[in-house]
Design a binder for this molecule. Structure first.
Ligand SMILES: NC(=O)C1=CN([C@@H]2O[C@H](COP(=O)(O)OP(=O)(O)OC[C@H]3O[C@@H](n4cnc5c(N)ncnc54)[C@H](O)[C@@H]3O)[C@@H](O)[C@H]2O)C=CC1
Ligand SMILES: Nc1nc(O)c(N)c(N[C@@H]2O[C@H](COP(=O)(O)O)[C@@H](O)[C@H]2O)n1
Length: 222
């Protein structure tokens, strides 16, 4: 069993979620309110470790009125246990789960960082070789009571999740901006598929303006 997974992201018209340097302020203020309303509805939010390192996100509900209890569980997919100890995601604003691969379990659990984070209330989940086994992670989260999960990037994790058949819905804010750059970060990265026949098919279920942006909602058809 797995949670219902909604991928939410903001991209430029040319499909980039960040520049090569990691600059990623894309959503307008109206879209950020929509995002925080969605955060308030879901049981958990998940990001990849590069997003934590690049953005030091809070992943709480902080752009609309909310209480601490409204904050979803925060989940970081961190294959090699690279989480910086001072990351804001490890504070006590909300529960945090860090998923690490089995290959790096002994290195991490032998480190001071692991014990400091554990003492601060951070939970760890271990599964997979080198990379985190996302199917097992989804099953673990479901068993912990997570029924809805918002995936908030980045590009590499987005591709792994869709390749493994784990994304149910995609909500994209398309901003009227063009940034270009072959090394800019796109909505889905990873190894990609080699042919269009392999592409994951989507069904557009809604679209609306949100301030200066356009929001597109798709169901994923595996
Ligand atoms: N505009 C937007 O809506 C958003 C933009 N971003 C941007 O995306 C960038 C980060 O994206 P990426 O570099 O692609 O990194 P990412 O955030 O997707 O993290 C990927 C890393 O997670 C680890 N990992 C462990 N197991 C994995 C698995 N099974 N599958 C995939 N990754 C696994 C690996 O170390 C991998 O390199 C940042 O610049 C951030 O600002 C991130 C989220 C939203
Ligand atoms: N929806 C959306 N629009 C953008 O323009 C963004 N750059 C992002 N980024 C995601 O939000 C995280 C930051 O969250 P906090 O405000 O710190 O709680 C960031 O890490 C990305 O996952 N999202």
């Amino acid at each position: 069993m797995k949670p219902y997974v909604i991928l939410n992201a903001a991209m430029t018209l040319d499909g980039k979620i960040a520049t090569e340097t990691g600059s990623s302020n894309i959503s307008g203020k109206e879209d950020l309110i929509r995002v925080h309303e969605l955060r308030k509805e879901v049981d958990a939010i998940m990001v990849g470790i590069n997003t934590v390192i690049a953005d030091d996100p809070r992943l709480t509900v902080h752009k609309i009125e909310s209480k601490k209890e409204d904050n979803p569980i925060r989940v970081v997919v961190d294959g090699k246990g690279r989480i910086p100890i001072e990351s804001r995601i490890t504070n006590d604003d909300a529960p945090t789960i860090i998923a690490v691969s089995d290959d790096y379990k002994s290195d991490l659990t032998a480190s001071d960082k692991y014990h400091v984070l554990k003492n601060n209330g951070v939970d760890f989940f271990f599964a997979g070789e080198n990379q985190v086994d996302l199917v097992k992670l989804m099953n673990y989260l479901y068993e912990k009571g997570v029924r809805t999960l918002m995936l908030e990037g980045g590009s590499t994790l987005n591709f792994s999740m869709i390749k493994d058949g784990l994304i149910d819905e995609i909500r994209i804010c398309v901003a009227p901006m063009v940034v270009g750059g072959v090394n800019a970060i796109s909505l889905f990265g990873g190894d990609g598929f080699m042919t269009m026949d392999e592409s994951v098919k989507l069904e557009l279920v809604d679209s609306f303006s949100c301030g200066k942006d356009l929001v597109l909602k798709y169901k994923v058809k595996y």
